[in-house]
Design a protein around this ligand. Sequence first.
Ligand SMILES: [Zn+2]
Length: 323
Amino acid sequence: MPIIPENLLTSLTRLRTAGNPNHWTADTNHRAPHKPFLLLSILDLAAQGDIAQPFVEPSFDLSERFASYWSLIMPSEATANMAYPFYFMKSENFWTLVPKPGMESTLQQRQVTSMARLRGVILGAKISEELFHCINDKQCREQVRAALLHTYFSPDARPILLRDASENQEAFEYSQRLLAAAEKAMPYAATEERPRQVRDQGFRKAVMSLYKHRCALCGIRMLTPDGHTIVEAAHIRPWSESKDDRPVNGMALCRLCHWSFDEGFMSVGKEYEVLVSPMARAEQNNPGVIMTLECRPIFRPEDARFIPDQECLGWHRREVFKT
Ligand SMILES: [Zn+2]
């Protein structure tokens, strides 16, 4: 059975973290949780097969995992900032920052404390071969996870973080199944029993990867450095009515378009053009942006197998769209 190399275990359980009882709660043993959260997030990406080289990028997915852990146990006034651990992990022997070309001296001269600056200055971090091999081995990875949870979090906080990790992994596997089902044109098993949280997250992951965080109706794409996106994964026929999580029953929509779509102010036509309800036109106070979208082609996934299903869109035009 693979075990964590002793040197690595020592490094991972003796991270340099700032301690301050006034600032950090008992959930994190009164110490700054940034580095442990970042390492847990890296384990999650490794479990999804996303760490194929001994190199970690400050990706959107990584920020999202970091923010998820953070929001679970940190007080709401403390904001998640992955730039801190990504930068300050350089004091650990398994982590070497790699500057962008031309940014070598900038990186040496000033500390990096915001994600925007991090992405401007740093390509990523090279991790030790030891750590790389360990996190890509399932048993070793779970031992690292257990060691991190045990060392840096209270007994109350540990199961909460562990549950989030396993839900994320189940959601990832569900999203892979949804995408694979479409690829093989397999019939979709709508009756599969899964916890709602896993289904929602899995459907979301699948849709986000297909639309690359772009709103299908208006085309907006905005991501914050901290892992927030303007778009949501929307069902065309709602799950409650259709039990249909196929990606072709979904679109990524920004909040305005999502609301307008669900309320019937917008829909999608037979030629995949944006439809705007006459009711939206009659409303004096409506945001002009919706009107400018009328008849424009929607933004679709590149892969034709994932373009929204006209049966689902037809249902929306008949049942929801206000004509
Ligand atoms: Zn939109």
